[in-house]
Design a protein around this ligand. Structure first.
Ligand code: PLP
Length: 463
């Protein structure tokens, strides 16, 4: 107990020069609170016979407590899941041009709703409208919080109190609470299902049209595919049916792309320009899926319909801030030079990486990863694997990739490893698959940082 008396008090510790950088950085309140907890723990342990740590040790445990408390769940991580556009991991990575534009917009005032030519009130959509029209061939465009919002406001504006016809093969759930029938209900649009799960014909749409019909909704079935004995009505034919009946065709593309992805070695996804050219009156798509920008939802199409959407009071509730508008404008400008897109848009760059390049990377780093993990009883080998685009795009077409396959000796070893990886200062996320933890290296850019991160795994639950 004499020893306990030698333990410094909270006040003494706070006054110690070694503590002042902590106070400077995290604030007196936080340091005092954590210090009290550390000292209380030491006292409790001393009563059961544990030796009192010295000043340096006390400071070290204080620091690690404070750092742990301060760290964010939103910290950067290594996405080695093999899903490039992972919704739970924030989807697209922005281009440097977009990041710089967002930072400028954050730091300074900007003419968000001011026309600098006339000095009069401007519109926030104006920063994107021309670019969107140029890149899609549409007459007009508007932007909202995300594509779910785009679908909601578009449906609610043109279909409220009336009917919308949808094929039974396209009544999708995108995840969480976004199910097409529920969105329809929220938009106060009556859903009229036509056709069957696998086959819907032009006559199914034709027969369902009545005076109450406001629109036909076509949904890009982006997160699954119906194969075999199937039939769907092509967009151009649907546009024809809608035009003849005097109703609108709304095409929800989901992960709409602005360029033909086959030039990057990926499978074909319909482009927004094609959907517009086919005659859709409105096309909706996401900003942070294949387009590679920040979260946003776009509606492009007929001027009169876009004007009605802009007058909907919901538009104000769903609007986008200057930071995202700045980042999005910079992203869209990159599409003016498609030849350099894959260089400048990280998401496309990662999607376009070739398997042999990734395989060479896996062979390069396997020894270093093995050095860290074999001492804990794990085996590491290189492997071939398959990446996915994610966020619903091209769900069935995987992209050949390569990575590391980690196996453990005992039951539960892999879960333990996955948890330790998640606990790292820069977490590593892989995917558990067929008795192994697979790290798909398609999205690994910072190799040195990765090895450095892994080497800390022993301090994070893998002792
Ligand atoms: C992803 C998706 C949406 C929802 O878009 P968010 O940007 O996630 O709001 C809507 N429709 C389709 C077809 C989609 O693929």
């Amino acid at each position: 107990m004499d020893e306990l008396r030698a333990l410094p008090s909270v006040d003494q510790m706070l006054k110690a020069p070694a503590c002042s950088p902590l106070v400077e950085r995290y604030g007196r309140l936080v340091v005092t609170e954590e210090l009290r907890k550390v000292l209380a723990e030491i006292r409790a342990a001393a009563r059961t016979g544990t030796a009192i740590p010295d000043g340096a040790d006390i400071l070290a445990s204080l620091m690690s407590r404070i750092e742990y408390r301060d760290r964010s769940n939103l910290r950067p991580l290594f996405n080695l899941t093999g899903t490039v556009l992972h919704t739970n991991l924030g989807r697209a990575l922005l281009a440097e041009e977009a990041i710089a534009a967002a930072v400028d917009a954050m730091r300074e005032a900007a003419a968000l709703e001011l026309d600098l030519d006339t000095g009069r009130r401007g519109e926030r959509d104006s920063h994107l409208r021309e670019l969107l029209c140029e890149l899609t061939g549409a007459e007009d465009a508007t932007i909202v919080n995300n594509n779910a919002a785009a679908v909601l406001i578009a449906l609610g504006t043109i279909g409220q109190g009336r009917e919308a016809i949808v094929s039974r093969g396209e009544l999708i759930e995108i995840g969480g609470a976004f199910r097409m029938p529920d969105i329809m209900e929220r938009a106060d649009v009556t859903l009229v299902e036509v056709g069957t799960t696998n086959r819907t014909h032009a006559r199914d749409y034709g027969n369902a049209i009545r005076p109450e019909t406001a629109l036909i909704l076509k949904v890009h079935t982006s997160n699954y595919r119906i194969e075999g004995f199937t039939a769907e009505v092509p967009g151009a034919e649907l546009a024809e049916i809608a035009r003849e009946a005097g109703i609108a065709l709304l095409n929800d593309l989901g992960s709409g792309t602005l360029v033909d992805l086959t030039r990057f070695g990926l499978a074909k996804e319909p482009t927004v320009r094609e959907a517009v050219a086919e005659g859709a009156d409105l096309v909706t798509f996401s900003g942070d899926k294949l387009l590679g920008g920040p979260q946003a939802g776009f509606i492009v199409g007929r001027k009169d319909l876009i004007a009605r959407i802009n007058r909907n009071p919901l538009k104000r509730a769903l609007r986008v801030d200057k930071i995202r508008i700045a980042a999005m404008a910079a992203t869209l400008k990159l599409y003016r030079d498609p030849d350099r897109l894959a260089e400048r848009l990280p998401t496309l760059r990662l999607l376009a990486r070739r398997q042999d390049e990734i395989r060479a990377q896996s062979e390069r780093i396997a020894p270093a990863v093995a050095r860290v993990l074999t001492v804990h009883g794990y085996s590491v080998e290189t492997c071939i694997c398959h990446s996915q685009i994610g966020s619903g795009a091209l769900p069935v077409d995987t992209i050949p990739s390569a990575g590391l396959r980690i196996t453990g000796k005992t039951g539960g070893a892999l879960e333990k490893l996955a948890a330790a990886f998640r606990g790292l200062p820069r977490p590593v996320l892989g995917r558990l698959q067929e008795g192994a933890l697979v790290l798909d290296l398609r999205c690994l850019v910072d190799e040195t940082g990765f090895i450095e991160s892994l080497s800390q795994v022993a301090n994070h639950g893998l002792a």
